[in-house]
Ligand binder design. Structure first.
Ligand code: HEC
Ligand code: HEC
Length: 403
């Protein structure tokens, strides 16, 4: 990675960006234990990619084999409690934050569920289009809240646009993490995104050879390849909780940094990744609608044929690639891996649990509107859907709502 990219990744406020590899050291850091008992022990840092890869391999094996040992189960249980933990000013919340717990945002229909817009929306700002090494021009997270007694979040002077992000559901994410990058790359793809050039149905793969599975796959604009890395960013960006994974992850809220121990981050990641997937067998009455979904081209993007250790993954209804969705669906966030109009195909495997709204910022109140707002590489599929007669349209919609 170039110096330029490091600089950029360090300053982009989307904290997960800061996890880009290549800018940090790999040595273990010594930090206090989660118990805060003053004892010191060595944890591998988040940038110790050997340890991270081993953990991802271990989780892939747990999922493929269905076997989780007692220490793994204990880690998952600790992670479950952390996911629901409500942070306060005394325990590390802030100074800037969007909510007080993970569960506060990922909760529609139950723990780890989709987010609802009123409490969870997430704002972004930046000068768009146009992204260069100037920090002030990069997209920034606009936190909703500031702890009392702290100066307000310093918005960039040239703030020009903002956008929202709806929290996605997190069930079964370990399966998405476990897919070998070569399987994602084996699908038809472009070497490089060419904004405005819609080569339907090709997508782009945010490759990263040093990532645990070789490609990035989490987030609307995939910036990381592992659940652990995303969570480190979420802790910082959403809760204002600093972790020992980043040398520069410090804040001035009066609570000693890091505010969460690395083992606890791993517990959270194990809990999220090894949670039960939302996938279910499609009720048979929707087989015809699913067939139509494939015929009109939805499955060019919303389908995957992936295996982990030889075992088929649940069907994500996503190719885990990034596609040009046209200017209307562009997001304010712009980064190397995904220019504004490029977004990861949303996995539809939890549609039966998702009562909406839909699309990355919740702009579509219904599934039908979400489909009709597809453009760019999805234009042909959208138009084919629009051209169906009412009965066929209803069959597709009913199938999609039941995936
Ligand atoms: C203020 C709301 C909010 C809070 C609090 C929050 N998240 Fe999220 N989360 C989001 C949003 C919005 C996204 C989508 C971001 C994107 O696409 O770039 C997201 C995405 C994720 C993802 C990636 C999902 C995927 O499929 O790519 C993971 C993992 C995640 N969050 C875990 C957590 C954990 C663990 C916590 C607690 C430490 C947490 N989140 C707290 C709003 C929140
Ligand atoms: C070129 C790839 C592509 C094709 C083809 C495509 N989609 Fe999508 N789909 C996406 C992407 C990318 C998103 C995320 C867009 C966003 O949120 O801005 C998405 C989002 C969605 C969503 C919203 C999910 C949510 O939880 O917000 C639904 C529903 C959906 N697609 C259904 C369909 C159907 C039905 C078809 C066929 C008519 C189709 N898509 C064709 C790429 C595609």
């Amino acid at each position: 990675m170039t110096e330029f990219a490091c600089h950029r990744s360090l300053f982009a406020i989307l904290a997960i960006l800061a996890l880009s590899t290549g800018c940090r050291h790999n040595e273990p850091t010594t930090v206090g234990t989660a118990a805060g008992d003053g004892a010191k022990r060595s944890f591998p840092t988040g940038f110790d990619f050997t340890a991270l890869k081993q953990r991802v391999d271990w989780r892939a094996h747990v999922l493929a084999s269905g076997q989780l040992d007692d220490s793994g189960k204990a880690s998952v249980e600790r992670g479950r409690a952390l996911f629901a933990k409500v942070y306060t000013a005394q325990t590390g919340l802030g100074p800037f934050y969007n909510n007080t717990s993970c569960l506060g945002c990922h909760n529609q229909g139950g723990v780890l569920g989709h987010g609802v817009p009123d409490v969870t929306t997430h704002f972004w700002a930046g000068v768009y289009p146009g992204n260069d090494a100037d920090e002030a021009k990069n997209p920034r997270l606009m936190p909703h809240y500031t702890l009392p007694g702290h100066a307000p979040f310093p918005m960039p002077a040239n703030f020009a646009h903002s956008g929202d992000r709806l929290p996605p559901q997190l069930m079964g994410l370990g399966w998405i993490e476990a897919v070998p990058g070569e399987q994602i790359r084996a699908q038809p793809h472009l070497a490089k995104p060419e904004p405005g050039v819609h080569k339907e149905p090709m997508g782009w793969v945010p490759d990263k050879p040093e990532a645990a599975r070789g490609t990035m796959r989490f987030g609307l604009k995939p910036a990381v390849g592992t659940v652990d890395e995303f969570i480190i960013g979420a802790l910082h960006a959403e809760l204002g909780v600093t972790s020992p994974n980043r040398a520069f992850d410090k804040d001035d809220d009066g609570v000693a940094d890091p505010e969460i121990a690395f083992d606890a981050v791993v517990d959270l990641a194990n809990y999220v990744a090894l949670s039960e997937s939302p996938a279910r067998a499609l009720p048979p009455e929707h087989a015809v609608g699913l067939q139509r979904f494939k015929e009109i081209g939805c499955a060019n993007c919303h389908f995957g044929a992936f295996t982990v250790e030889g075992k088929a993954t649940p069907q994500f209804y996503s190719d885990l690639m990034v596609h040009d969705m046209g200017p209307e669906l562009a997001d304010v966030q712009q980064m190397e891996s995904s220019p504004p109009s490029y977004s990861r195909t949303t996995p539809l495997w939890s549609m039966h649990l998702n009562t909406g709204p839909y699309l990355h910022d919740g702009r579509a109140p219904t599934v039908e509107q979400a489909i009709l707002r597809h453009a760019g590489e999805a234009t042909k599929a959208r138009d084919a859907f629009g051209a169906l007669d009412d009965a066929a349209k209803k069959a597709v919609l009913d199938a999609v709502k039941n995936l």
